[in-house]
Design a protein around this ligand. Sequence first.
Ligand SMILES: C[S@@+](CC[C@H](N)C(=O)[O-])C[C@H]1O[C@@H](n2cnc3c(N)ncnc32)[C@H](O)[C@@H]1O
Length: 268
Amino acid sequence: MDEESAAPFDVDLTRASIARVYDYLLGGKEYLDADRRAADAMTNVVPEAGDIARANRRFLRRGVSYLVREAGVRQILDIGSGLPGDGNVKEVAQAADPDVRVTYVDNDPIVLAHARAMLATDERTAAVPGDLRRPDELFDRVEAMQLLDLDEPFAVLLSGVVHHLADDEDPGGLVAAVRARLCPGSYLLLSHFLDDDEPRARALERACLYGGLGSGRFRTWTELHGYFDGLELVEPGLVYANDWRPDASTPNGSPVTTLYAGGVGRKP
Ligand SMILES: C[S@@+](CC[C@H](N)C(=O)[O-])C[C@H]1O[C@@H](n2cnc3c(N)ncnc32)[C@H](O)[C@@H]1O
């Protein structure tokens, strides 16, 4: 992507963007030099870092498919939605049921521009600017769109976004604020970098924090379980993302399986 076409807004293109680094690691084309450098810092310490992004994306697709096909979810709020590549949430959800309504939320204006372009003619999907660090404002905007009825069961997706919150931003408190919005019968899908007590997690965390991306915390099982407080975990629970209801396309024995976890919880 050239810098002119990438900059419809007042954004600093010399800094890496989480969404574009992720897109680069997934093999996409929406990246600039700063994004490639930040991704290279990660692959220099863990050459298979791209497989973590793919494990996340596949977990997200299986999770959304479960939510719509098996749990009967008809409304999805995708916070930290990212660039809408192939097989994005709306495509997976609406392939299972065309009536599913999806609202995408992200704090990156370029992500919003891409999402809005894709959704221009779609009445069942919306894109809203919002920041997980200001959950009240975020939910007010979602409600103002009137696409989702948050008094009826819905699913919130926090896929690959909570690890971009720093410890001093109180990720536990912010996820609790999101959980507090779930009415009974609603779901939380969450995936996150995992510190499973191996040196690669700490090396990759340093590369994320100081190699150009500026965020990316690897947290422990205990910390991750805390994000599901008060929810009933759907089988098989909070597990390595590749172990969550794997299908034929899920890698078996990937070298980075132990660096990424995910789960789905239901509000009783
Ligand atoms: C790694 S991407 C994940 C994209 C998608 N959810 C997925 O799992 O494929 C993380 C996304 O979260 C967004 N993000 C990061 N921090 C955020 C915040 N505080 N509030 C809202 N979005 C945020 C980034 O802009 C990026 O698009």
